[in-house]
Design a protein around this ligand. Structure first.
Ligand SMILES: Cc1ncc(COP(=O)(O)O)c(C=O)c1O
Length: 438
């Protein structure tokens, strides 16, 4: 960007930040207290924002209300986990029923976990599955299964991929706090030749991939890339693990089913627990047999809350009566049309929305073009992204600083339309900053 435009951008950003501080005094005060007990006032890194985060008091349906009394339309959707909205009545009634009639933490095998597991297996074409408490755990256990099955250790994964708190791969390498730091082969996303070469290298147990890199900016894997990985893995005797933690909502059977993929294992998380802490993994019966306690040499898969009564009831009712296959199909159409409208009103600017269905990310491109296959190749203007965030909050939309959007089922179409208009106003108001030749 030209230096004088950068100066204008910085001035707009400073003004927006001053308004943010003035409008959110209670959040600021809470943050100043929180830093005395939590490092940086934070216990979940992604929620850290400068100069301080907005503190949310409660959520209802598609809205959240801050400690400063501001009501927002929630477009962040708890990074896909809040698909059912905040306290959906069906989910709430299932939870109340558990509290009144089943009890929490019964410390035993229950009939309900079998029902929930059967539903997940049916929907996502799994022969066997197991429950965990997070998507991170689901991936860790899936990798353990692949290692036991193949007797190998290395795992091929992709730059920019995010598979959990200790499974992060930005900038082409494992993060310093990752597990098994020496066992990863990190390849460029959507680069099939490089992926094939890595998959065929010695000692590889599995390839772990997202069908759409969610945390990396909703970059979609091409069909050719994903099918190519599947084929190369099968030929090399390497297990193909599809991380559906964010993408299981993209169709009734997830993004894998939409793309016609048949992974050896899939991993899950987010909304599938009805809004409670959840994870799951499953797939081929012969691979999942690694966890069968009746067999000698089985792997122990522990977790106090794996089969907790709240999640097995709330998740089951959500999948059977709220997010039915028909609803899943329609919701993805709503999301696709929303993203198309956003790209229409931002045409000719630096702003571009990637994603699929109801999950999207706003990008603020330094140069264009409006086509992204690998986020590593794309330069963004972070100041513009931050300005957008401040101004969307002012317009009453709860969006993430990174531009990530995940729709909530109950969001009225009029609110989606209002957001499209807010984005259009942003581009007109800041034409000098967003124009591609600026
Ligand atoms: C693709 C993907 N895999 C795994 C995870 C980790 O899930 P959790 O936060 O439940 O551990 C996430 C979380 O955002 C994710 O997006």
């Amino acid at each position: 960007m030209q230096p004088e435009i950068m100066k204008d951008l910085q001035a707009a950003l400073d003004a927006a930040k001053s308004r943010y501080i003035a409008q959110n005094a209670q959040s600021k005060a809470l943050h100043e207290e929180a830093v005395n007990v939590l490092p940086g006032g934070n216990t979940r890194t992604i929620l850290h924002t400068d100069p301080f985060p907005i503190y949310m008091k409660y959520g209802k349906s598609y809205q959240v209300t801050s400690e400063d009394g501001i009501i927002y339309t929630d477009l962040a959707g708890e990074f896909t986990a809040a698909l059912y909205g905040h306290s959906n009545p069906v989910i709430l009634s299932a939870i109340n029923d558990v509290l009144q009639n089943v009890g929490m933490n019964v410390g035993a095998t229950t009939a309900q976990e079998r029902l929930f597991a059967r539903k997940i297996c049916e929907r996502f074409q799994l022969e066997r599955m197991r429950l965990t408490n997070s998507g991170t755990e689901a991936n860790l256990h899936a990798l353990a299964a692949a290692r036991k099955f193949t007797g190998k250790r290395k795992v091929v994964t992709f730059s920019g991929g995010y598979h959990g708190a200790v499974l992060t791969f930005s900038g082409g390498q494992p993060a310093s706090n990752n597990v098994d730091i020496d066992d990863w082969i990190v390849v460029k996303y959507n680069d099939l030749d490089a992926a094939k070469e890595a998959i065929r290298s010695p000692g590889v147990a599995a390839v772990l991939v997202e069908g759409m890199q969610g945390a990396n900016g909703c970059i979609c894997g091409t069909s050719e890339f994903l099918h190519g990985i599947q084929e190369a893995s099968s030929e090399a005797g390497v297990l193909f693990i599809l991380d559906e933690v964010m993408t299981s909502r993209i169709s009734e059977g997830g993004l894998g089913a939409l793309r016609g993929l048949k992974p050896d294992l899939k991993t899950f998380g987010k909304y599938l627990g009805g809004g409670l802490a959840f994870g799951a993994f499953g797939g081929r019966a012969d691979v999942m047999a690694a966890f069968d306690p009746r067999l000698s040499g089985y792997i122990s898969h522990s977790g106090t809350f794996n089969n907790n009564t709240l999640v097995t009831h709330a998740g089951h009712v959500g999948l059977t009566t709220v997010f039915t296959p028909e609803v899943a199909r329609r919701f993805t159409e709503v999301g696709d049309s929303f993203r198309e409208k956003l790209n229409e009103v931002t045409k000719g600017t630096r702003i571009y929305f990637t994603g699929i269905g109801t999950v999207a990310t706003a990008h603020f491109l330094a140069k264009g073009p409006r086509h992204i296959e690998c986020a590593d190749d794309v330069e963004e203007v972070p100041e513009l992204k931050t300005l957008f965030w401040f101004e969307m909050l002012e317009a009453g939309f709860w969006v993430t600083l990174r531009g990530f959007i995940a729709l909530i089922l109950e969001t009225p179409p009029s609110e989606l339309e209002r957001f499209v208009q807010a984005v259009q106003s942003f581009t007109s108001r800041h034409q000098n900053l967003v124009a591609l030749d600026a």
